[in-house]
Design a protein around this ligand. Structure first.
Ligand SMILES: [Zn+2]
Length: 176
């Protein structure tokens, strides 16, 4: 029998990087609740459809936005998934790194789109921060990580196989 995995990325974008704090509440509603003139088709809708068919999906949640806007909106996402008996796992968009209120790394070098643009130690540290953010938001321990379009360095893939990322970055078991 063929195994099929339903996976969904959950991420918030503010339509550019200007006036972020002003734009965030609207962006959060758009990306999480998906309002349209015919109803809401965001996360709660997806969860409802999955549950109606007895299915569990893995939702790869991008948590770095919380370093700018606080834990509460992330906890809202994780709470929806938990309540809907769906799985939360880790996804990272490193464009948020230079928008965090407290520096996430000792050396921030502006807007960086891909995890692979960071050193291996920085990658591991960002994965650890992300996993901790989701844990703090009520999401438990992360065991899988999805980078952006193969944005993980090959070096970190092989180190993962030897257990280095597993030991250093929140007990991950899978990179997808
Ligand atoms: Zn993404």
């Amino acid at each position: 029998m063929l195994d099929v995995f339903f996976t969904v990325d959950v991420e918030i974008w503010c339509d550019g990087w200007q006036r972020l704090d002003e734009r965030f509440p609207h962006a959060f509603r758009q990306y999480v609740y998906g309002p349209t003139s015919k109803g809401n088709y965001g996360l709660p809708y997806q969860i409802e459809v999955l549950n109606a068919h007895g299915l569990t999906a893995t939702f790869f949640v991008e948590p770095l936005f919380a370093t700018r806007f606080g834990n509460e909106p992330l906890a809202e996402i994780v709470g929806l998934l938990k309540e809907g008996a769906q799985e939360s796992q880790l996804h990272l968009h490193t464009e948020w790194v230079d928008e965090a209120r407290e520096p996430l790394l000792p050396n921030i070098r502006g807007k960086m789109q891909h995890l692979r643009q960071f050193s291996l130690d920085e990658q591991m540290s960002l994965i650890t921060v992300g996993a901790q953010l989701i844990k703090n938001a009520g999401g438990g321990n992360m065991s899988a990580f999805r980078a952006v379009r193969a944005g993980v360095k090959p070096a970190s893939m092989s180190r993962h196989k030897t257990g280095a990322i597993e030991a250093g970055a929140g007990g991950l078991e899978a990179l997808v």
